[in-house]
Write a protein that binds this ligand. Structure first.
Ligand SMILES: NC(=O)c1ccc[n+]([C@@H]2O[C@H](COP(=O)([O-])OP(=O)(O)OC[C@H]3O[C@@H](n4cnc5c(N)ncnc54)[C@H](O)[C@@H]3O)[C@@H](O)[C@H]2O)c1
Length: 371
C-alpha cells in the first residue's frame, strides 16, 4: 500500500490525539505509507470545518456516515463518546474500513460482542486505543518479566487515579450518565486491565466494590442531576496464571493527575511503574549485598524501543501523544500484516468481560468467575 486514506470521527481530547498521531507517524517512523487525512466528522458543520482546517483534513462533515462512506477513506479513527462506538464501529467495518476505536468498546457487553463479531466478519483490522501498553518502559518491563528477571511473580497491585471529577462543583457531563457505562470501571479500569492483559494474561475471577463520592451534580445555575455512574472501584483478582492482585480506580482523587501505578512482586525482586512518571521505572533485585540493596531508577532512552525514533538522547522524555503515535505505527504494521503490539477487538472483548464481571460481582456482592 503506497498511501492510506484516514477518516476521523470526533475531535475532542482523543480525536486531537489521533489526528496528531496520523500527522506524526510518517516523520517519526518513516517505514509507513503516505498518510492522506481525507475526511473528518463532527457533531456540527461549523466545528467540523474548523477542526478539519486545524488538524489538516481535506473534507469536513456533520454526518459521520459520510466519513465512513467516503471511498477515499481506508481506515477510520473513532473517538466519539462510548455509547456511540457500537453503531459507528459496526457501520465502519461493514463498509470495509479498518478501524482504530477508542476504549472502552461499548457500555453493554452484548454491544461489544456485536462489535467483535463485525470485526471478524469484515476481515478488516479493528484495534482499540489502549495507549499505555505502548510505553517504552512498559514494553521493557514486559521483556524483563518474560526473562524472569524478578523470578516467579507472586502478586501485582495496580491503581489508576485522576482528579478531573474530584470537584463536587464541577458540572454533570456524559461520563456521569449511565448511558456511558458503569463509571470508573469501564472508563479507567480497562486501562490497567490492558496492562495486565499484555504483561500477565487473562483475569480468572474478581470481587469488586464501587462507590459514588457525589450523589448529584449541577446541570445549570439552578438544577442538579443525579450522578448515575461510580467514580470509585476496587477489586480483588486472581489471574489465570495463578497470580493474585488488586486493582483500584478513582476519578475523584484530588492531586492525582494521570496515575497508573503498577507494582509487581516476584520471588527475586520487584518492579514499580507510574504513568505520571512514565519515562522511568524502578527495579529491585534481591541479589547482591543487603547493605546495598534498593530500588534502581531506570530512565527511558533509545535502549527502550521505540523511544529512539522520537529522541536520540536518553532521559529527555516522551509525552502522552507519542504513545498514540506508537499505537498508530503498530496499527499500520498490523494492516501491512506485520507483527504488532496491539489489543484487537477479540482481546478487547476479554477486557470488557472482566469489567462486566466486576460490575456483576458488586451487584451480587460475591466473587465472580470471569469465564
Ligand atoms: N485512550 C485514552 O487514554 C483515552 C483518554 C480519554 C478518552 N478516551 C476515550 O475516547 C473517547 C472520546 O473521549 P474524549 O475524552 O475524547 O471525549 P470528548 O468529549 O473530548 O470528545 C468527543 C467528541 O465526539 C464528538 N461527537 C459527539 N457526537 C458525535 C457525532 N454524532 N458525530 C461526530 N462527532 C461526535 C464531540 O463533539 C466531541 O468532539 C471515549 O470513548 C473515551 O473513553 C480514551
Amino acid at each position: 500500500m503506497e498511501s492510506i486514506g484516514v477518516g476521523l470521527i470526533g475531535t475532542g481530547f482523543m480525536g486531537k490525539c489521533h489526528a496528531l498521531a496520523w500527522n506524526a507517524v510518517r516523520p517519526i517512523f518513516g517505514d509507513v505509507p503516505e498518510i492522506r487525512l481525507v475526511h473528518l466528522g463532527e457533531a456540527n458543520a461549523e466545528l467540523a470545518k474548523r477542526k478539519a482546517r486545524e488538524l489538516g483534513f481535506e473534507k469536513a462533515s456533520d454526518d459521520w456516515r459520510a466519513v465512513i462512506a467516503d471511498p477515499e477513506v481506508d481506515v477510520v479513527s473513532l473517538t466519539t463518546p462510548n455509547q456511540l462506538h457500537p453503531q459507528m464501529a459496526i457501520a465502519a467495518l461493514e463498509a470495509g474500513k479498518h478501524l482504530w476505536c477508542e476504549k472502552p468498546m461499548a457500555p453493554a457487553f452484548e454491544e461489544a460482542e456485536a462489535m467483535a463479531a463485525a470485526a471478524r466478519n469484515s476481515g478488516k483490522i479493528a484495534v482499540l486505543g489502549y495507549n499505555y501498553i505502548q510505553s517504552p518502559a512498559i514494553r521493557h518491563i514486559r521483556s524483563l518479566l518474560a526473562e524472569e528477571t524478578i523470578g516467579r511473580i507472586n502478586h501485582l497491585r495496580i491503581e489508576m487515579d485522576e482528579d478531573f471529577m474530584a470537584d463536587p462543583d464541577a458540572p454533570f457531563f456524559w461520563k456521569h450518565a449511565a448511558t456511558s457505562g458503569y463509571g470508573a470501571l469501564d472508563d479507567f479500569a480497562v486501562h490497567p486491565l490492558s496492562l495486565i492483559h499484555v504483561l500477565f494474561g487473562q483475569v480468572a475471577k474478581v470481587m469488586c466494590d464501587m462507590s459514588k463520592p457525589y450523589a448529584d451534580r449541577r446541570v445549570d445555575g439552578r438544577n442538579r442531576r443525579e450522578v448515575e455512574t461510580y467514580d470509585i472501584a476496587s477489586a480483588l483478582m486472581h489471574l489465570e496464571n495463578g497470580v493474585s492482585g488488586t486493582l483500584q480506580v478513582n476519578r475523584s482523587a484530588w492531586g492525582r493527575k494521570g496515575r497508573i501505578a503498577l507494582q509487581i512482586f516476584g520471588a527475586k525482586g520487584s518492579i514499580l511503574f507510574d504513568q505520571e512518571r512514565f519515562n522511568e521505572f524502578q527495579l529491585y533485585l534481591s541479589s547482591g549485598r543487603p547493605a546495598e540493596q534498593g530500588y534502581r531508577t531506570i530512565l527511558a532512552g533509545p535502549a527502550h524501543a521505540p523511544y529512539g525514533n522520537f529522541v536520540p538522547a536518553p532521559g529527555h522524555g516522551l509525552g502522552f501523544n507519542d504513545l498514540k503515535t506508537i499505537e498508530c505505527h503498530e496499527l499500520l504494521a498490523r494492516i501491512a500484516s506485520k507483527p504488532a503490539n496491539l489489543i484487537g477487538f477479540d482481546e478487547g472483548l476479554e477486557i470488557e468481560r472482566t469489567v462486566h464481571s466486576m460490575a456483576r460481582s458488586f451487584a451480587e456482592q460475591r466473587w465472580i468467575d470471569v469465564r
